[in-house]
Design a protein. Structure first.
Length: 359
């Protein structure tokens, strides 16, 4: 049975990624990162891992390793295709804006000539920052998913522990993984741990003795999660209020970027605390999931790859408009609304096409 919460949050993450990556977007004050230290990137990676764990554990149980391998390769190829399409569109938009509008921001495009920039993206030499998360997703799908699926019991726990040690090493020896970080922005050696946690929980959800319900019954874990989440939220409130003399508490922008690149313990613990509380209090049968907006988000999450690729292109397009014309607050809200409608229409069209194909 499909859990609508997974698609709901995957769809919500795409909307928040768009808002968080548009320069000065007024809606950015309402997105997940305002709750504390983590943001929509953690949500997207974790939910993707959770969905992979559920989907591929079913494939493995029903058809065995050979079909699993074929399914993972096909999925990676499909992600690569959408990565290329979104990257090419993004590069052409940026280079056109650089040429005719003297745009100062390159959005991670490494050349002002189309062919070198496109070839660097296609051959994964210099993935653009926005679409680079799809490259990260390809790597994680090809390596983490089969590694956790083929291992069982204590072996799976050991595999997850190795994943955790790799993440921990990045916190102390980040200089050694700096080339990967500069290449993809998000360090895959660090971020694979969050993806692996998601995959493990997805696999356990399909098992006869799932881990997650047992964890939810631990009251101390819920109390710790509340303490972490509320502490992070109050920190946000305090440092954002100019009435408090807490300048020394504020994080330097470079430090914040490094924390995100290497998935710092602060970000990881905060996100896992939020995830635990959501699992406890936001049930699968929640009436909220029947709201019209929620259904639209669920449909978006069901077609997250396609809509995220569109999100990459529209993010660049809107940033170009913002940098070139400096629209008013009202105009920016109208632009956001148009983009959100395009997301919803695209997801609905894809779902209609799939429904027709299944008849």
């Amino acid at each position: 049975m499909r859990d609508p919460r997974i698609d709901f949050f995957r769809g919500l993450a795409i909307y928040m990624i768009f808002v968080d990556h548009v320069s000065g977007d007024p809606l950015a004050k309402l997105t997940f990162h305002m709750l504390g230290f983590s943001d929509a990137a953690e949500l997207f990676v974790f939910i993707s891992g959770l969905a992979c764990g559920i989907a591929y554990s079913r494939v493995f149980a029903r058809h065995g390793f050979s079909v699993l391998t074929l399914s993972i390769i096909k999925r990676a190829g499909r992600i690569y295709l959408y990565y290329v399409l979104s990257s090419v569109a993004m590069i052409l938009l940026v280079i056109t804006a650089m040429t005719y509008m003297e745009l100062p921001n390159t959005f991670g495009v490494t050349s002002d000539q189309p062919l070198p920039a496109i070839s660097s993206a296609v051959f994964l030499l210099s993935p653009p920052h926005l679409s680079g998360i799809l490259v990260l997703y390809i790597i994680l799908t090809l390596i983490i998913v089969p590694a956790l699926l083929v291992s069982r019991g204590q072996t799976r726990n050991l595999t997850l522990a190795v994943s955790g040690m790799a993440w921990l090493a990045c916190q102390f020896f980040s200089d050694y993984t700096a080339p990967l970080t500069h290449h993809l922005f998000l360090n895959p050696v660090a971020w694979q741990f969050l993806f692996a946690i998601g995959v493990t929980l997805g696999i356990e959800r399909e098992s006869k003795q799932p881990l997650w319900p047992n964890l939810l019954r631990l009251r101390w874990a819920v109390r710790v999660a509340w303490a972490v989440v509320l502490g992070a939220f109050f920190y946000r409130i305090i440092v954002a209020n100019s009435g408090f003399n807490v300048a020394s508490w504020k994080m330097d922008h470079a430090i914040a970027n490094t924390m995100k690149e290497n998935l710092s313990p602060l970000r990881l613990v905060h996100f896992l605390g939020v995830a635990l509380l959501v699992a406890v209090y936001f049930r699968q049968d929640s009436p909220l999931l029947n709201w019209t907006i929620a259904k639209s988000l669920i449909t978006t999450g069901m077609h997250s790859l396609e809509v995220f690729s569109l999100c990459v292109v529209l993010t660049v397009m809107v940033n170009i408009v913002v940098l070139a014309s400096g629209p008013s607050l009202g105009d920016r809200l109208i632009i956001d609304s148009i983009v959100f409608v395009l997301f919803a229409i695209t997801a609905a069209a894809l779902e209609h096409r799939r429904a027709v194909a299944l008849r």
